[in-house]
Ligand binder design. Structure first.
Ligand code: SF4
Ligand code: MG
Length: 335
Protein backbone atom coordinates (compact mmCIF):
# COMPACT_ATOMS: atom_id res chain seq x y z
CA UNK A 1 0.00 0.00 0.00
CA UNK A 2 1.36 3.39 -0.89
CA UNK A 3 2.14 5.90 1.81
CA UNK A 4 -0.08 8.96 1.83
CA UNK A 5 1.15 10.74 4.92
CA UNK A 6 4.20 10.30 7.08
CA UNK A 7 4.61 11.90 10.48
CA UNK A 8 8.21 11.74 11.67
CA UNK A 9 9.45 12.48 15.17
CA UNK A 10 6.84 15.15 15.86
CA UNK A 11 7.31 17.29 18.97
CA UNK A 12 4.73 19.83 20.15
CA UNK A 13 4.86 22.00 23.26
CA UNK A 14 2.58 24.54 24.90
CA UNK A 15 3.77 27.43 27.00
CA UNK A 16 1.65 27.89 30.10
CA UNK A 17 2.00 29.85 33.36
CA UNK A 18 3.19 26.67 34.99
CA UNK A 19 5.91 26.10 32.39
CA UNK A 20 6.27 24.29 29.10
CA UNK A 21 3.96 21.32 28.55
CA UNK A 22 5.49 18.77 26.21
CA UNK A 23 2.24 17.46 24.75
CA UNK A 24 3.68 15.41 21.89
CA UNK A 25 7.13 13.89 22.34
CA UNK A 26 8.51 12.26 19.25
CA UNK A 27 5.49 10.76 17.48
CA UNK A 28 6.05 8.90 14.20
CA UNK A 29 3.60 7.00 12.02
CA UNK A 30 2.67 6.40 8.40
CA UNK A 31 -0.77 6.45 6.84
CA UNK A 32 -1.36 4.34 3.73
CA UNK A 33 -3.85 4.77 0.94
CA UNK A 34 -7.35 3.59 1.76
CA UNK A 35 -6.65 2.53 5.32
CA UNK A 36 -7.99 3.63 8.67
CA UNK A 37 -5.43 4.31 11.35
CA UNK A 38 -6.86 4.80 14.81
CA UNK A 39 -4.97 6.84 17.36
CA UNK A 40 -6.21 5.81 20.78
CA UNK A 41 -5.55 7.06 24.27
CA UNK A 42 -6.92 8.87 27.30
CA UNK A 43 -7.64 12.57 27.13
CA UNK A 44 -4.47 14.63 27.29
CA UNK A 45 -2.29 11.92 25.72
CA UNK A 46 -1.51 14.12 22.73
CA UNK A 47 -3.74 12.48 20.12
CA UNK A 48 -5.73 15.59 19.25
CA UNK A 49 -2.62 17.75 19.34
CA UNK A 50 -1.01 15.35 16.86
CA UNK A 51 -3.93 15.63 14.46
CA UNK A 52 -4.14 19.39 14.83
CA UNK A 53 -0.43 19.59 14.02
CA UNK A 54 -1.04 17.77 10.74
CA UNK A 55 -3.60 20.46 9.88
CA UNK A 56 -1.32 23.15 11.28
CA UNK A 57 -4.11 24.25 13.60
CA UNK A 58 -2.03 24.48 16.77
CA UNK A 59 -2.49 28.04 18.04
CA UNK A 60 0.94 29.66 18.25
CA UNK A 61 1.31 30.98 20.90
CA UNK A 62 0.83 29.13 23.22
CA UNK A 63 1.49 26.03 21.11
CA UNK A 64 4.50 25.30 18.99
CA UNK A 65 5.69 22.42 16.87
CA UNK A 66 9.25 22.16 18.13
CA UNK A 67 10.48 19.37 15.90
CA UNK A 68 9.72 16.76 13.29
CA UNK A 69 8.37 16.46 9.77
CA UNK A 70 4.92 15.87 8.33
CA UNK A 71 5.38 14.60 4.79
CA UNK A 72 2.44 14.73 2.42
CA UNK A 73 2.76 14.39 -1.35
CA UNK A 74 6.47 15.01 -1.20
CA UNK A 75 6.22 18.17 0.87
CA UNK A 76 6.80 18.87 4.53
CA UNK A 77 3.57 20.47 5.71
CA UNK A 78 5.47 22.16 8.51
CA UNK A 79 7.53 24.07 5.98
CA UNK A 80 5.01 25.31 3.40
CA UNK A 81 3.46 28.80 3.52
CA UNK A 82 0.09 29.49 5.14
CA UNK A 83 -1.64 30.11 1.75
CA UNK A 84 -0.26 26.76 0.52
CA UNK A 85 -1.47 25.12 3.71
CA UNK A 86 -4.92 26.62 3.25
CA UNK A 87 -5.16 24.77 -0.06
CA UNK A 88 -4.15 21.54 1.61
CA UNK A 89 -6.85 21.94 4.25
CA UNK A 90 -10.17 21.01 2.78
CA UNK A 91 -8.85 20.04 -0.64
CA UNK A 92 -6.29 17.39 0.38
CA UNK A 93 -6.73 16.77 4.08
CA UNK A 94 -9.96 17.53 5.87
CA UNK A 95 -10.94 17.23 9.46
CA UNK A 96 -14.14 16.65 11.38
CA UNK A 97 -14.72 17.11 15.07
CA UNK A 98 -16.77 15.67 17.88
CA UNK A 99 -19.53 18.26 17.88
CA UNK A 100 -21.07 18.65 14.43
CA UNK A 101 -22.77 21.90 15.47
CA UNK A 102 -19.44 23.72 15.67
CA UNK A 103 -18.83 22.90 12.01
CA UNK A 104 -22.24 24.03 10.80
CA UNK A 105 -23.53 27.56 10.48
CA UNK A 106 -27.01 27.69 12.06
CA UNK A 107 -28.07 30.62 9.87
CA UNK A 108 -27.45 28.95 6.50
CA UNK A 109 -29.23 26.04 4.89
CA UNK A 110 -27.38 22.78 4.51
CA UNK A 111 -27.41 23.27 0.75
CA UNK A 112 -25.82 26.72 0.99
CA UNK A 113 -23.10 25.37 3.24
CA UNK A 114 -22.20 22.34 1.18
CA UNK A 115 -22.30 24.34 -2.05
CA UNK A 116 -20.08 27.02 -0.57
CA UNK A 117 -17.36 24.43 -0.03
CA UNK A 118 -17.77 23.09 -3.55
CA UNK A 119 -17.68 26.54 -5.19
CA UNK A 120 -14.66 27.58 -3.12
CA UNK A 121 -12.45 24.78 -4.31
CA UNK A 122 -13.81 23.94 -7.78
CA UNK A 123 -14.45 25.79 -10.97
CA UNK A 124 -18.09 24.79 -11.42
CA UNK A 125 -21.44 26.47 -12.00
CA UNK A 126 -24.01 26.84 -9.24
CA UNK A 127 -26.13 24.20 -10.89
CA UNK A 128 -23.25 21.74 -10.95
CA UNK A 129 -22.45 22.57 -7.33
CA UNK A 130 -26.03 21.84 -6.36
CA UNK A 131 -25.94 18.50 -8.12
CA UNK A 132 -22.68 17.67 -6.37
CA UNK A 133 -24.24 18.64 -3.02
CA UNK A 134 -27.11 16.26 -3.73
CA UNK A 135 -24.64 13.51 -4.63
CA UNK A 136 -22.75 14.12 -1.40
CA UNK A 137 -25.90 13.82 0.70
CA UNK A 138 -26.67 10.58 -1.11
CA UNK A 139 -23.14 9.35 -0.38
CA UNK A 140 -23.75 9.84 3.34
CA UNK A 141 -27.20 8.23 3.08
CA UNK A 142 -29.43 11.21 3.78
CA UNK A 143 -32.88 10.52 2.33
CA UNK A 144 -34.65 13.07 0.08
CA UNK A 145 -31.48 15.08 -0.51
CA UNK A 146 -33.12 17.64 -2.79
CA UNK A 147 -35.63 18.61 -0.12
CA UNK A 148 -33.19 18.44 2.74
CA UNK A 149 -30.76 20.82 1.09
CA UNK A 150 -33.25 23.60 1.83
CA UNK A 151 -33.28 22.92 5.55
CA UNK A 152 -31.26 24.40 8.41
CA UNK A 153 -28.96 22.47 10.77
CA UNK A 154 -31.45 22.53 13.67
CA UNK A 155 -33.92 20.60 11.53
CA UNK A 156 -31.63 17.57 11.59
CA UNK A 157 -30.91 15.08 14.37
CA UNK A 158 -27.40 14.84 15.85
CA UNK A 159 -26.54 11.78 13.78
CA UNK A 160 -27.82 13.43 10.59
CA UNK A 161 -25.83 16.55 11.34
CA UNK A 162 -22.67 14.48 11.68
CA UNK A 163 -23.47 12.88 8.32
CA UNK A 164 -23.73 16.36 6.81
CA UNK A 165 -20.40 17.37 8.32
CA UNK A 166 -18.85 14.23 6.84
CA UNK A 167 -20.38 15.11 3.47
CA UNK A 168 -18.91 18.61 3.71
CA UNK A 169 -15.51 17.20 4.55
CA UNK A 170 -15.62 15.03 1.45
CA UNK A 171 -16.79 17.51 -1.19
CA UNK A 172 -13.26 18.19 -2.39
CA UNK A 173 -12.36 14.52 -2.47
CA UNK A 174 -9.57 14.71 0.10
CA UNK A 175 -6.83 12.08 0.28
CA UNK A 176 -6.97 12.12 4.05
CA UNK A 177 -9.84 12.56 6.45
CA UNK A 178 -9.03 13.17 10.10
CA UNK A 179 -11.92 12.44 12.43
CA UNK A 180 -11.41 13.53 16.03
CA UNK A 181 -13.84 11.66 18.30
CA UNK A 182 -16.49 11.81 15.56
CA UNK A 183 -19.02 9.66 17.38
CA UNK A 184 -18.47 10.61 21.00
CA UNK A 185 -21.44 12.96 21.13
CA UNK A 186 -23.79 10.40 19.59
CA UNK A 187 -25.76 7.57 21.10
CA UNK A 188 -24.61 4.01 20.54
CA UNK A 189 -26.88 3.05 17.66
CA UNK A 190 -26.09 6.23 15.75
CA UNK A 191 -22.38 5.76 16.53
CA UNK A 192 -22.44 2.38 14.87
CA UNK A 193 -24.17 3.83 11.82
CA UNK A 194 -21.63 6.61 11.45
CA UNK A 195 -18.74 4.15 11.74
CA UNK A 196 -20.37 1.96 9.12
CA UNK A 197 -20.69 5.06 6.96
CA UNK A 198 -16.94 5.71 7.24
CA UNK A 199 -16.27 2.22 5.97
CA UNK A 200 -18.67 2.61 3.06
CA UNK A 201 -17.21 5.96 2.07
CA UNK A 202 -13.71 4.56 2.27
CA UNK A 203 -14.67 1.72 -0.01
CA UNK A 204 -16.22 4.11 -2.52
CA UNK A 205 -13.62 6.87 -2.46
CA UNK A 206 -10.38 5.26 -1.27
CA UNK A 207 -9.90 8.01 1.31
CA UNK A 208 -7.38 7.34 4.09
CA UNK A 209 -8.76 7.99 7.56
CA UNK A 210 -7.12 8.92 10.84
CA UNK A 211 -9.60 8.20 13.59
CA UNK A 212 -8.84 9.81 16.93
CA UNK A 213 -10.64 8.21 19.85
CA UNK A 214 -10.46 7.28 23.51
CA UNK A 215 -12.79 4.35 22.88
CA UNK A 216 -11.39 1.00 21.82
CA UNK A 217 -14.91 -0.21 21.05
CA UNK A 218 -15.00 2.28 18.19
CA UNK A 219 -11.62 1.08 16.96
CA UNK A 220 -12.60 -2.57 16.89
CA UNK A 221 -15.22 -1.84 14.30
CA UNK A 222 -13.26 0.21 11.79
CA UNK A 223 -9.51 0.46 12.30
CA UNK A 224 -6.99 -1.37 10.12
CA UNK A 225 -4.12 -0.26 12.32
CA UNK A 226 -4.05 1.13 15.82
CA UNK A 227 -1.54 3.44 17.48
CA UNK A 228 -1.86 3.68 21.25
CA UNK A 229 -0.68 6.96 22.72
CA UNK A 230 0.37 7.64 26.28
CA UNK A 231 1.95 10.78 27.72
CA UNK A 232 2.76 12.25 24.33
CA UNK A 233 4.21 9.11 22.77
CA UNK A 234 3.00 6.20 20.69
CA UNK A 235 3.69 3.33 23.08
CA UNK A 236 2.37 0.55 20.89
CA UNK A 237 1.29 0.25 17.28
CA UNK A 238 0.09 -2.67 15.24
CA UNK A 239 -2.67 -3.93 13.02
CA UNK A 240 -6.05 -4.48 14.60
CA UNK A 241 -5.46 -8.16 15.21
CA UNK A 242 -2.09 -7.61 16.83
CA UNK A 243 -3.43 -4.95 19.15
CA UNK A 244 -6.60 -6.79 20.14
CA UNK A 245 -5.14 -10.27 20.48
CA UNK A 246 -1.41 -9.83 21.04
CA UNK A 247 -0.96 -6.47 22.71
CA UNK A 248 2.28 -6.29 24.67
CA UNK A 249 2.17 -2.93 26.39
CA UNK A 250 0.59 -3.01 29.86
CA UNK A 251 -1.21 0.23 29.06
CA UNK A 252 -2.81 -1.22 25.92
CA UNK A 253 -3.72 -4.30 27.94
CA UNK A 254 -5.30 -2.04 30.55
CA UNK A 255 -7.34 -0.27 27.87
CA UNK A 256 -8.45 -3.61 26.46
CA UNK A 257 -9.30 -4.93 29.88
CA UNK A 258 -11.65 -2.04 30.33
CA UNK A 259 -13.68 -3.08 27.28
CA UNK A 260 -15.39 -6.22 28.58
CA UNK A 261 -16.84 -7.43 25.28
CA UNK A 262 -15.29 -6.29 22.05
CA UNK A 263 -18.28 -7.35 20.03
CA UNK A 264 -20.52 -5.10 22.10
CA UNK A 265 -19.89 -1.44 21.65
CA UNK A 266 -21.05 1.23 23.99
CA UNK A 267 -19.46 -0.33 27.05
CA UNK A 268 -18.07 2.41 29.25
CA UNK A 269 -14.33 2.42 29.74
CA UNK A 270 -13.40 1.59 33.29
CA UNK A 271 -10.43 3.85 33.78
CA UNK A 272 -7.07 2.31 34.58
CA UNK A 273 -6.23 3.29 38.18
CA UNK A 274 -3.96 6.32 38.53
CA UNK A 275 -3.41 9.12 36.07
CA UNK A 276 -0.87 10.01 33.41
CA UNK A 277 2.22 11.98 34.44
CA UNK A 278 2.22 15.73 34.08
CA UNK A 279 4.07 16.73 30.97
CA UNK A 280 5.80 19.81 32.38
CA UNK A 281 8.73 17.64 33.25
CA UNK A 282 8.08 14.23 31.70
CA UNK A 283 9.83 11.33 33.41
CA UNK A 284 13.11 10.20 31.87
CA UNK A 285 11.99 6.59 32.08
CA UNK A 286 8.72 4.98 31.06
CA UNK A 287 5.84 7.37 31.83
CA UNK A 288 3.59 4.43 32.73
CA UNK A 289 5.71 3.35 35.74
CA UNK A 290 3.38 4.63 38.49
CA UNK A 291 0.42 2.76 36.99
CA UNK A 292 2.23 -0.35 35.82
CA UNK A 293 2.01 -3.56 37.82
CA UNK A 294 4.96 -4.98 35.91
CA UNK A 295 7.33 -2.04 36.31
CA UNK A 296 10.98 -2.94 36.89
CA UNK A 297 13.89 -0.90 38.11
CA UNK A 298 15.10 -0.15 34.62
CA UNK A 299 11.70 1.31 33.65
CA UNK A 300 12.22 4.23 35.98
CA UNK A 301 15.66 5.05 34.73
CA UNK A 302 15.60 4.76 30.95
CA UNK A 303 12.83 5.16 28.41
CA UNK A 304 12.13 1.84 26.63
CA UNK A 305 13.02 2.55 23.01
CA UNK A 306 10.88 0.91 20.32
CA UNK A 307 11.01 -2.87 20.03
CA UNK A 308 9.85 -4.21 16.67
CA UNK A 309 7.77 -7.35 17.28
CA UNK A 310 6.56 -8.01 13.73
CA UNK A 311 6.67 -5.99 10.51
CA UNK A 312 3.79 -3.87 11.67
CA UNK A 313 3.78 -4.29 15.42
CA UNK A 314 6.07 -2.35 17.73
CA UNK A 315 6.05 -1.46 21.38
CA UNK A 316 7.90 0.80 23.82
CA UNK A 317 8.18 -1.47 26.86
CA UNK A 318 11.14 -3.00 28.67
CA UNK A 319 9.27 -6.29 29.06
CA UNK A 320 9.83 -6.86 25.34
CA UNK A 321 13.36 -5.53 25.14
CA UNK A 322 16.16 -8.03 25.55
CA UNK A 323 18.47 -5.23 26.57
CA UNK A 324 16.57 -4.61 29.82
CA UNK A 325 19.05 -6.63 31.89
CA UNK A 326 22.01 -5.07 30.22
CA UNK A 327 20.78 -1.61 31.10
CA UNK A 328 20.12 -2.67 34.64
CA UNK A 329 23.70 -3.87 35.03
CA UNK A 330 25.53 -1.16 33.25
CA UNK A 331 22.99 1.68 33.52
CA UNK A 332 23.95 2.71 30.01
CA UNK A 333 21.31 4.82 28.35
CA UNK A 334 20.08 3.33 25.08
CA UNK A 335 18.20 6.41 23.97
FE1 SF4 B 1 5.56 -1.13 32.58
FE2 SF4 B 1 8.18 -0.96 32.43
FE3 SF4 B 1 6.80 -1.64 30.29
FE4 SF4 B 1 6.71 0.84 31.22
S1 SF4 B 1 8.49 -0.21 30.38
S2 SF4 B 1 5.00 -0.36 30.56
S3 SF4 B 1 6.78 0.51 33.41
S4 SF4 B 1 6.97 -2.79 32.20
MG1 MG C 1 -9.19 15.37 22.03
Amino acid sequence: MSKVLSVQDLHVSFTTYGGEVKAVRGVSFDLHKGETLAIVGESGCGKSVTSQSIMRLIPNPPGKVTGGRILFKGRDLLKITEPQMRKVRGADISMIFQDPMTALNPTLTIGEQIMEGILQHNDVSKKEAKQKAIDMLKLVSIPNPEERLKQYPHQFSGGMRQRIVIAMSLVCEPDVLIADEPTTALDVTIQAQILELFKEIQKKTGVSIILITHDLGVVAQVADRIAVMYAGKIVEEGNRREIFYHSQHPYTQGLLGSVPRLDLDGEDLIPIPGSPPDLFSPPVGCPFVPRCEKAMEVCDRVYPVKTQLTDEHHVDCWLQDKRANQVKLSSVSLT
